[in-house]
Design a protein around this ligand. Structure first.
Ligand code: ZN
Length: 423
């Protein structure tokens, strides 16, 4: 059966998250509250042939705050069963809302002990931190007790991505909390390199440490889901674009065995997903691809020809199309997918492109790169915090599309390191 996905954050938790994540957002709340109602689901089935939906279970608020969010989706599961749509309980991964965990030791730290912000009001959490880890394990186990078909964890993202990585020099990345320091010392016999992880061996050790830490958590989560008879998936983002072991801390070849399907989230709507061809050829699982133009929270409602293009590319390349059903921002208002405006996609033939990717060894750093890294290292968390928390700066940077641009710069830096280069 051809699988078709909708990436569908909805309900009261999603409205609360938007208010946490952005400064005074204007929200069409009804559109998020109606996303799991029979009318939406019937239309989604009839027009798009939707088989799978990722639905909001936990956004990283406290259990007390989220009780109503979880009940909201549990109460609506019969609507999905009636329309033969599989549900994947969406659980936010390695980050939590800072106000809700103000006195808890759950967060990642940089080399100076500061939090690593993930958005306004949220910070990254560490897979080596027993408390942070337990929160995710408990949430996945709890979701497994509901009538979902699967459980999905977003943001398998171990600390910050490196701003730059070279054979002899790198910017701070990952996490330097006390738990990471103790574990690295125990596993490798020397102290965690806190700032510039100088030397190829230390960088290799740290990349290995990072991916092993992530894998230990992912395997435990997959075991919980398997034991409960649920599908398990994580957001892989785009392992080709972002050289996943640098950027997120996982390795596709290792994580693959734990996953019942792949979900790729990327910004390929403009240029296409031809670079994913090797992955599609190698994957044993179904691959869902959800592509944006500018990113989550930056795209206006898609016109019909964009939906047609997504379905056409999916048909030509053999992946499962996944449409985002949430966090559109049209004329300044946040809203979910307007299913009444969608028509059944028209599939047009596309040329199948061939992609190759090459591996080469790391380059040595240049003087200006080392200078740039020194400049960035101490200031990055401070700058990121200000960029999210100060409403004027946040608005200015949003207007400039700064976050997307920074991701492209980071992507180019990691890609130019030569580890994984598509096309
Ligand atoms: Zn840590």
């Amino acid at each position: 059966m051809q699988r078709v996905g909708l990436y569908a954050w909805g309900g009261p938790g999603t409205v609360r998250l938007l208010k946490t994540k952005y400064h005074a957002p204007r929200i069409d709340e009804a559109s998020f509250m109606n996303l799991y109602e029979p009318h939406f689901l019937q239309q989604a089935k009839q027009k798009l042939g939707v088989t799978d939906m990722w639905v909001t279970y936990s956004w990283g608020f406290s259990d007390t705050t989220e009780r109503q969010d979880r009940q909201f989706i549990l109460d609506r599961l019969p609507h999905f069963h009636a329309n033969d749509i599989a549900t994947h309980a969406y659980i936010q991964g390695l980050n939590l809302v800072t106000d809700e965990f103000a006195n808890a030791d759950v967060f990642c730290r940089d080399s100076k002990g500061r939090l690593l912000p993930y958005s306004k009001g949220r910070a990254l959490t560490c897979p080596n931190n027993p408390h942070a880890r337990q929160i995710i394990l408990d949430r996945v186990a709890e979701a497994c007790r509901g009538e979902f078909d699967g459980v999905f964890m977003d943001n398998v993202m171990f600390g910050l991505p490196p701003f730059l990585i070279r054979s002899d020099h790198t910017s701070f990345f990952g996490c330097s909390c006390a738990h990471c320091q103790a574990r690295f010392q125990a596993d490798y016999g020397y102290g965690l390199p806190l700032s510039a992880k100088v030397g190829q061996q230390q960088i290799a050790d740290y990349l290995n440490f990072r991916s092993q830490s992530v894998m230990t958590l992912v395997r435990d989560l997959a075991d919980i889901c398997r034991a409960a008879g649920k599908q398990f998936g994580v957001n892989l983002y785009d392992p080709y674009w972002y050289a996943s072991d640098f950027y997120f801390g996982y390795r596709l070849a290792e994580i693959s065995a734990a996953l019942d399907y792949y979900l790729i989230e990327n910004l390929a709507l403009r240029n296409g997903n031809h670079h994913l061809a090797p992955m599609l050829a190698a994957a044993r699982q179904p691959v869902f691809v959800v592509s944006y133009r500018e990113g989550i929270g930056r795209d206006a409602a898609y016109p019909q020809h964009v939906i047609d293009a997504i379905w056409s590319e999916a048909a030509a390349m053999g992946y499962a199309p996944c449409l985002k059903a949430t966090e559109y921002i049209t004329r300044g208002v946040w809203h979910a997918l307007d299913i009444d405006a969608v028509r059944p996609p028209q599939i047009r033939p596309l040329q199948r492109a061939v992609s190759t990717h090459s591996l080469s060894s790391l380059k040595a750093s240049s003087r200006w790169e080392r200078g740039l890294v020194r400049l960035m290292d101490g200031r990055y968390p401070l700058f990121a915090t200000a960029a999210y928390e100060n409403r004027y700066l946040a608005r200015l940077l949003d207007r400039l599309g700064f976050a997307t641009r920074l991701m492209h710069v980071q992507r180019n830096f990691t890609a130019s390191s030569g580890m994984l280069l598509a096309d």
